[in-house]
Each structure stands twice: as C-alpha cells, then as structure tokens.
Design a protein around this ligand. Structure first.
Ligand code: ADP
Ligand code: MG
Length: 404
C-alpha cells in the first residue's frame, strides 16, 4: 500500500478529530463502533459531520472496516497511525516535510525528513508485527493469549523503548544520534551522515576500530546495558576530518580522517541483569568478531571480552545505570515482557528464513508469505510507504494545510 502524505494537506480539523477518536477507541475496541467514534470526536456538527469525515478517512485508507464484522465500526490502519504521528510531529514543529525512504528494516521504515529550517532529520517508523508471528510457539501463544499481539501496541512499545534509551545514551555522551521527538510508533532523531559498517569495504586500522567497538560494548555494560543487536547494520561509521596539526612534519595538506562509530537501533536492548544477559552479551561480541574476521580479515588475539568480567564493572567509577531508564519513563514490566516476546519471535523467524542482517533488499519477502487466517498480523498490517511526490517539489512544502 502506498500512502501519499499529500493527502494530509486536505484533511480538515474535523477529519483529524475523527481520526484521533478512532485511535482513542482502539484502546478498548479492536473495531471501534461508529457511535463511539461519534461520541469521542465531539464534533460540533454532530453525526453527519462525523460520517463525512469517516468517509474521507476511509477513502484515504486511514481507517478501515473489517469484512463480516458483527457491528458497524472502524479500525485504525497503519496509514492512519502514521498520519496521526506525523500530524503530531508537524504540529510540534519537529517535522515540516517528509522526503525519501532510506532504509527498510524488518521492523521499521527509515525516512529522511526535514524541519522548517530545512535541516534533515531521520524519522524511524516502527513496524513491529509486519512479519507475521508464525514460529516460536511459546512467544506467539503468549502474545495471542494476552491480546497484546497487535502491531499497533507492539510498534508503540518499540518506539517508546527506543526513544527512552536513545535519550539516556545521548545524555550520557554515547555516540548515538541526537533524539528529537517521539510520537506513537515513531521517533525523530538526528541524521547521521555515515554509512553502516556493512557498506565499508576496508578501513585503515581494523584493530583500532575493533578495539573501539569492543570499548563501546564494555561501556554499555558499565551502564548496565547490552545492545542486543550489535551488528554491522547498527553501527554507522562516520568520517570526521580534522585538519593536520601545524607541528606535523609531513607537508601534505590532507586532513586526518578519524572514523567514529555511531550506534543505532535500540528496541531490543537488555539489562545486564536480564536472565539471558550472558547469551546476549556473547552474541553481540561474536557478531562483531565474525564481521571483522570476514570483512577485514582481522582476528583479535584476545579471546574476550567475557560477560563475567563485564558484569563486575556494572556501575563502576560512578557509571549511572541506564537499564533503569526505561521503567523510569513509565514502561511497565508487562510492556517490557510483551515487547520482548515480539522481538524474540521476529528474531527467530528471521533466523528461520536465514536472514542474519538487519535489512531486506526489497519488500518481496513480505508479499511471498502465505496468507494464514490465524496469523496475528493480518492484511491490514501491510507495510505502508510514505511517499512525498518529488516531481511537484512537495518535499519543500509542508505536510499540513491550514488545519494544524
Ligand atoms: P531496524 O530496527 O529496522 O534495523 P535501524 O534503526 O537499524 O532499523 O535503521 C535501519 C537502517 O537505516 C540503518 O541500518 C541505517 O542504514 C539507517 N539509519 C537508521 N537511523 C539512522 C540515522 N539516525 N542516521 C542515518 N541513517 C540511519
Ligand atoms: Mg537495525
């Protein structure tokens, strides 16, 4: 499904209220009964205005009906949720326009956006549940039984968690993109002008880069955290050029280039106190080693780092524990458990398909999947691509019309 953000400009204030009402109703109803939408939207014009808005929203694919429903009602689509989030970011002046999509993760869409000054930022739209939960029975059954398998709920949790950690890590001085805003299943952060490590063919000093990355793993551990997906897609390698020092002898004018790794992608972070912490820690380290050995033919002589040693350093030298940052932001244990079940399910499914990396080349995998009545993820959860038409120069015009 392609969703054009240009439709945002044509929605009236009433349309937005009705869309927000459907979102509100979704908290307690899978399908929000039309009378409830009327009640929640509190439009001055009454029911007829609501119906007009419902029809506009449905036409634009922002809300949908379910066939064979026992009563008349609507649910929010991915597009509707995207619009609500974009509307919030836009109203708060964090986003002015949406540009092209730069990445399709298995659990996200990454878009370039711009604020009103034209500065480029990144919008990460979480799409947890895009790939159906077919395997790992325990987690799937858990999600289903607890009625928490909904893509909306899980995607919101993923964004909330990611934003909490991004903020905590940034405040602590970790090399991560600056956090800017969070709404629903989306976060806005600084654009890091750097390719993922995955795209780097060679580096001048693999040993130094490896040491720096291991240093990051250990620094996270001191703060009580394990990244949990420390792979070559989630490390961006920024080239920082520093002018040569005046005292240097060589007379070449070439600026010295330092490579600074920037960490991204935090929904799966785990605490050093997690029951499986050692497994996640070892997996992150192993991932790094495998990549360095394959890509740069670099094999460290040191067999570590080991979890037991890292564990002893938690909180050392006054390192603030960041694993508590999430609960401090209102994320309950139940939410953490729900999100973890979903993430582990997706991981296992990716492993089953033989995907090891972070991204799909294209979206074809999704289309090939068979339909399955029982799946938690149904048709309406297909990925939505937001496209702002380039030919009309829309990327330089705002998302919203006069109705914000
Ligand atoms: P996923 O959870 O789907 O793996 P990521 O957060 O890892 O999503 O983002 C996917 C890709 O998008 C990354 O590998 C990277 O290439 C790009 N990306 C994500 N965030 C940024 C950013 N702030 N700046 C630049 N590129 C980014
Ligand atoms: Mg990633």
């Amino acid at each position: 499904m392609l969703l054009d953000t240009r439709a945002m400009r044509h929605l009236t204030a009433d349309d937005w209220r009705v869309l927000a009402a459907v979102e509100q109703g979704t908290k307690n109803h899978e399908l929000v009964p039309t009378p409830l939408i009327e009640k929640l939207s509190r439009l001055k014009g009454g029911a007829s205005g609501v119906h007009r808005s419902i029809s506009t929203l449905a036409k634009n694919g922002l809300i949908g009906r379910t066939k064979d429903a026992k009563y008349d009602g609507y649910r929010l689509t991915y597009g509707g949720l995207d619009y609500l989030a974009l509307h919030t970011h836009s109203s708060k002046k964090h986003i002015y326009s949406v540009g092209s999509r730069i990445g399709v993760g298995k659990e996200s869409d990454i878009m370039i956006v711009a604020d009103s000054t034209g500065a480029q930022l990144v919008l990460k739209i979480h799409r947890l549940g895009r790939i159906s939960f077919r395997t790992v029975k325990t987690n799937r059954d858990y999600l289903r039984k607890n009625k928490t398998g909904s893509w909306q709920y899980l995607s919101r949790l993923a964004a909330t968690k990611e934003f909490a950690f991004l903020s905590a890590l940034h405040a602590e001085g970790f090399p991560v993109p600056a956090p800017i805003a969070h709404s629903r299943h989306t976060i806005v952060m600084a654009l890091v002008d750097a390719p993922p490590l995955r795209q780097i063919a060679s580096v001048p000093d693999p040993a130094a880069l490896y040491a720096e990355l291991v240093g990051l793993v250990l620094r996270l551990a001191r703060h009580g955290l394990i990244h949990g997906d420390f792979n070559e897609f989630n490390v961006l390698l920024r080239e920082d050029k520093t002018p040569p020092a005046a005292s240097e002898e060589d007379d070449e004018d070439e600026p010295a280039v330092t490579l600074t790794p920037v960490l991204i992608d935090f929904p799966q972070m785990v605490s050093m106190d997690h029951a499986n912490a050692e497994m996640y820690f070892d997996r992150d380290v192993a991932c790094l080693k495998t990549f360095f050995s394959r890509r740069f033919r670099f094999v460290p002589t040191d067999p570590g780092p080991f979890f037991a040693d890292a564990k002893k350093t938690v909180g050392r030298d006054g390192a603030r524990r960041l694993d508590a940052a999430l609960e401090a932001s209102g994320f309950t244990k139940k939410m953490a458990k729900d999100l973890e079940a979903a993430i582990r399910t997706q991981e296992a499914e990716a492993a089953e398909r033989g995907d090891v990396g972070g991204e799909e080349e294209d979206g074809s995998d999704y289309e090939d999947e068979e339909e399955d009545e029982e799946d938690i993820v149904e048709k309406q959860h297909e990925p939505v691509v937001i496209v702002v038409g380039g030919d009309k120069g829309s990327s330089t015009s705002g998302l919203l019309g006069n109705e914000q």
